[in-house]
Ligand binder design. Structure first.
Ligand SMILES: [Zn+2]
Length: 200
C-alpha cells in the first residue's frame, strides 16, 4: 500500500526522535491524525516556537531564551565554582539533584576528532578565557565517564591547571560508560560532594 506523501513525510519526521523506529513513527502519525489533531497542532506550534526562541546562553552555552541564562544571572549562585558538563540534560539532572549551587559550562558534546569535533566546536577557547579571567576558583569536570568524556575532561583539566584553577572530577557511583543524564539524583549528589581533586 502506498501512503499519502504527507503521511510519509510525518512518519519520516518523527523518526528523527531518539528511540523511535519505523513502527513507532507510523503508530504516532496515525494516532495524531486519527485521534489527536489538536495535540498535533500544539506539538507543531511548540516546535516552531522552541526553534525560533531557544538559543545558547552567551556565558555557559546552555539552552535559554535570554542572552544570559537564569542560572548565570542568578546572584544567589556561586560564580567561583564551575561545573563542566556535556549536555543540557546533564544540567537538568544536576539541578534536580539539588546538590550544586555554582555555575555551569555546557560543552554541547565532547571531543571527537573522527566526527570533526575539536576544542573550537565545544567553545573551549571561551572556557579557557574564563579560567584566565580569574573569577573561577574550582572547575568540576562532570563529563560522562566514556572514552570521549574522559579525553575531554583531561584536555580541560590541563588548561585549567595551567591557569591555576583547582580541578576536580566527579567519580563516585557514576557507572562507567554511563551517561550522567541517566544517573539518579542521590548518586549524582554523592558524585558531586565526593569529587576528587585532579593532579597536584
Ligand atoms: Zn548561562
Amino acid at each position: 500500500m502506498k501512503l499519502s506523501p504527507s503521511i510519509e513525510a510525518l512518519i519520516e519526521g518523527l523518526r528523527h526522535l531518539p528511540g523511535v523506529g519505523p513502527k513507532s513513527a507510523q503508530r504516532m502519525t496515525l494516532h495524531l491524525l486519527e485521534r489527536d489533531r489538536e495535540g498535533a497542532q500544539q506539538i507543531a506550534e511548540a516546535i516552531e516556537v522552541a526553534l525560533s526562541k531557544v538559543k545558547n546562553c552567551s556565558r555557559c552555552r546552555n539552552f535559554t531564551e535570554l542572552e544570559i541564562c537564569e542560572i548565570c544571572s542568578d546572584p544567589k549562585r556561586d560564580p567561583t565554582t564551575l561545573c563542566v558538563v556535556e549536555a543540557p540534560a546533564d544540567v537538568m539532572a544536576i539541578e534536580q539533584s539539588g546538590s550544586f549551587r555554582g555555575h555551569y559550562y555546557v560543552l554541547m558534546g565532547h571531543l571527537s576528532p573522527i566526527d570533526g569535533i575539536g576544542p573550537e566546536q565545544l567553545g573551549l577557547e571561551a572556557l579557557c578565557q574564563r579560567f584566565a579571567d580569574g573569577e573561577i576558583e574550582e572547575v568540576i569536570l562532570a563529563t560522562n565517564p566514556t572514552v570521549e568524556g574522559e579525553a575531554t575532561a583531561y584536555y580541560i583539566s590541563e588548561q585549567a591547571r595551567a591557569a591555576a584553577v583547582t580541578v576536580s572530577r566527579i567519580a563516585h557511583g557514576v557507572p562507567l560508560g554511563g551517561e550522567l543524564e541517566y544517573t539518579d539524583a542521590n548518586t549524582l549528589a554523592h558524585a558531586l560532594s565526593g569529587r576528587t581533586v585532579v593532579g597536584e
